[in-house]
Write a protein that binds this ligand. Structure first.
Ligand code: HEM
Length: 417
């Protein structure tokens, strides 16, 4: 998912709750527990944000109409003195993304975007995911070892999304590179070379939009079953401006790449750390759906999401002024003992499991069905084809040091089989 809406200044000053401490990067749940117990509605001076860590507060905030998803002002603030005229292509592209909208705009755009995720479309993705997973495992099957990140969790969602979008093979590398350039700038705009960074993102936005427009033209003449064809039909039928379609495409791409990459690595890590649960799943593969939900609860790839207070409000007895930025701790909420029995226990048979990994309410993850399908097929295939999967004892797993606390995953996860 695009991360701007969750942007936190990189490793700010030393603070009571250091989300970027090496111990927190390796395992953030003890820190979340401390925050939830000591100060569940915490104002972080150094970040300038409120942080919620209780399930009930996070769930209520996700559904609270007094909180806005429009984080554009936050993004623009981070640009400092940069001349925004330099990044008009970029600003135009991000301006219509539905994740940044409140009703009624959100309601309309979400209805359109749903047309890219129809049951028929979703079913057609199953074979794409299965074939892609098999091809990636074919590449490593005889090696006896692999890096889950570079060999599987990065290429799988990348290939799946380019195929779902029907991007011609010759354009795929550019398509992903431009999407990543746009996502990086949107996620973390401040940098020493902000002008260079911004111009790069603006060029990527222009090239990305041009390619989508070209694909729209093709699909209008020759509609297929890919996402661009379906969205083109939906926009045309509802009388919406097709010029706005690239915005939804960049959102869907950025929302679906890193989130899934990180989730696959978190899943393998959780299973290998709990051999008895891994064995249970291997002995009874029908537990996979339940296991996937538990993986998302236990170690989500999106531990935080942001909202802005549209008016003065009170949460958990704390007065929060209008305009405040509020970080909703989805990962912390998923480990709240008030909601989950033994929340730190990884139990692939846990039921019920009402985790907040995909959010809740009107912004509930549009790609949840795809994410679940990718994880289900990927893990089932992995465990069937590499039944002896284990950590590589000679190489270290490296958690990602994201510049924001929004995402959680791995840079490297070496395994043997
Ligand atoms: C794999 C793990 C994923 C996780 C953990 C995840 C998590 C989330 C969360 C927490 C939200 C709620 C945002 C909010 O409340 O404002 C969200 C929204 C969204 N997600 Fe995902 N997501 C994942 C995968 C995907 C995929 C694969 C796609 C698409 C290909 C996708 C597309 C979206 C979109 C478009 C939204 C915005 C929906 C809206 O604003 O109405 N996500 N996601």
């Amino acid at each position: 998912m695009n991360s701007q809406h969750l942007n936190m200044p990189a490793r700010a000053n030393q603070q009571t709750y250091d989300l970027f401490a090496p111990s927190a990067l390796a395992n953030s749940y003890p820190l979340f527990k401390r925050m939830r117990e000591d100060d569940p509605v915490h104002y972080s001076e150094s970040f300038g944000y409120w942080i919620l860590t209780r399930y009930r507060d996070v769930e209520a905030a996700l559904r609270d109409e007094r909180l806005s998803s429009d984080r554009t002002a936050l993004f623009l603030n981070q640009l400092g003195s940069l001349d925004v005229n330099l990044i008009q292509n970029f600003l135009h592209l991000i301006s219509k993304m539905l994740v940044e909208k409140d009703p009624p705009d959100h309601t309309q755009l979400r209805k359109l975007a749903n047309q890219g995720f129809t049951t028929r479309a979703v079913e057609s993705w199953r074979s794409i995911i299965q074939n892609t997973t098999d091809q990636l495992l074919d590449n490593v099957q005889n090696h006896g070892c692999m890096n889950v990140v570079s060999d599987l969790s990065v290429p799988l969602p990348t290939l799946v999304l380019t195929k779902i979008f029907g991007v011609p093979e010759t354009d795929r590398a550019n398509f992903i590179e431009w999407a990543m350039d746009i996502g990086r700038f949107f996620g973390s705009p401040s940098s020493e070379n902000i002008e260079e960074f911004a111009l790069h993102a603006d060029k990527a936005a222009a090239q990305f939009s041009a390619l989508i427009r070209q694909l729209i033209e093709q699909r209008r003449r020759q509609p297929g079953t890919d996402m661009i064809s379906m969205l083109t039909v939906a926009y045309s039928e509802q009388g919406f401006n097709l010029e706005e379609l690239p915005s939804q495409c960049i959102l869907i791409l950025n929302a679906g790449l890193l989130t899934t990459t990180d989730l696959i690595s978190n899943a393998v890590n959780a299973l290998l750390h709990h051999p008895e649960q891994l064995q249970k799943l291997q002995q009874n593969p029908t537990l996979i759906n339940c296991a996937v939900e538990e993986i998302i609860r236990f170690d989500t790839s999106v531990p935080f999401f942001f909202r802005i207070a549209k008016q003065d409000l009170t949460i958990g007895g704390k007065d929060i002024p209008k305009g405040s930025v509020i970080a909703l701790g989805l990962g912390a909420a998923n480990h709240d003992p008030a909601k989950f029995d033994s929340p730190d226990v990884f139990d692939i048979t846990r039921s019920p499991n009402e985790h907040l990994g995909f959010g809740s309410g009107i912004h509930f993850c549009l790609g949840a069905v795809l994410a679940r399908m990718e994880l289900t097929i990927c893990l089932t295939t992995l465990l069937r084809r590499l039944p002896n999967l284990r950590f590589d004892p000679d190489k270290q797993a490296i958690p990602t040091k994201h510049s924001t606390a929004i995402f959680k995953g791995f840079d490297s996860l070496p395994v043997k089989f």
